[in-house]
Write a protein that binds this ligand. Structure first.
Ligand code: PBG
Length: 327
């Protein structure tokens, strides 16, 4: 008889046969940076997460270092929005200033920037609109390339375009190469679904569209094969690594993509996924171990990298575990 229980008998043997591990090296922590001073504002719909002004970042960066968070993904909340999102590529824009400040404080922290326009446009869409309110793909590409270049000039280690315009990876690769940044990788949100799970993020980043929705550029949650076409196109355009977003409901996409393409994959464990688990933990309905279970499921499905609001908590958990069980 097959006796699977032999290898589950005690924690020692379970540790020996464990197939997947969540390492702090895999995790990327999203940070919301806001224009202003003295701001460390709790985000109501994302318990435990904050919007920070640049001067308030050092204590956070110290904690991240202590607990082993080595990479972050930056989102900016500008003071001023307009039709073409000019603060997204301004040399003194919030992200450009934040990247410089973070790199000056901790040059070893790997800084990834989200390249998109929705936080910066007064209409909240991820690109430039025509008179009818349609997002203009090819016009938007010029802006995205400008935004990416300005982030990299400020010192970003990697750029992550999240707008879902066609051709943006090629446009960004070209502008980076032409400006002496051939060594800066692109982490493309290749398969990004039009998801309700972004709700809390849009509160946090003030980026909800003021009319209509994002369904003409983000993908239909009903589609799987389409994600493979998106990923293939982005790899051909020069993407170095690929994001699948959201994570929890989309692990089939990750697994299929992983089988087909030989690039590093990243999942984005998005705001709504964070908030529903976190609120259930705070209410006592779920135990905190649910975080580890969630994160390891991403590894099992094939993720190399995980963007998650749980990164710092997970760092604290692993730190405490090491203290209680020194090597
Ligand atoms: C910007 C962007 C969004 C997220 C990441 N980049 C919002 C959106 O597309 O509406 C969502 C992240 C999250 O929910 O945690 N386009």
């Amino acid at each position: 008889m097959y006796r699977g229980r032999r290898l589950r008998k005690n924690k020692e043997i379970r540790a020996l046969v464990r197939e997947n591990h969540v390492r702090m090296d895999d995790l990327i922590y999203p940070i919301f940076v806001q224009e202003g001073e003295g701001i460390c504002a709790p985000i109501e719909s994302m318990p435990g997460q904050f919007q920070y002004s640049i001067d308030q970042l050092p204590p956070l960066l110290d904690e991240m270092k202590k607990y082993g968070v080595r990479a972050c993904l930056l989102f900016g909340i500008p003071a001023h929005k307009d039709a073409c999102g000019s603060q997204a590529y301004a040399p003194e824009g919030i992200i450009q200033k934040a990247v410089r400040a973070i790199k000056a404080y901790d040059p070893e922290l790997y800084v990834i920037t989200d390249v998109c326009m929705c936080e910066y446009t007064d209409h909240g869409h991820c690109g430039i609109l025509d008179e009818e309110g349609v997002v203009l793909n090819d016009t938007t590409l010029t802006y995205l390339a400008k935004i990416a270049l300005s982030h990299v000039e400020a010192g970003a280690d990697m750029v992550a375009p999240s707008d879902m315009m066609d051709g943006r990876v090629e446009a960004i690769r070209q502008v980076l190469d032409e400006n002496g940044f051939a060594d800066v990788p692109i982490l493309s949100y290749a398969a990004k679904y039009a998801s309700q799970f972004y709700g809390p993020f849009r509160d946090a980043a003030h980026s909800a569209p003021s009319f209509s929705d994002r369904k003409s550029y983000q993908m239909d949650p009903a589609n799987g094969k389409e994600a493979l076409r998106e990923i293939e196109a982005d790899i051909q355009e020069g993407a170095d690594a690929i994001i699948i977003k959201p994570a929890m409901c989309y692990l089939d996409i990750l697994q299929a993509a992983k089988e087909r393409f030989d690039v590093p994959f990243c999942v984005y464990n998005v705001s709504g996924e964070y908030s529903m688990l976190m609120q259930a933990i705070l209410n006592g309905w779920l135990k905190e171990e649910v975080i580890e279970e969630t994160l390891v499921s991403f590894k099992r499905a094939g993720a190399s990298m995980i963007i998650t609001y749980f990164a710092l908590m997970e760092g604290k958990r692993q730190y405490a575990q090491k203290q209680s069980r020194p090597l």
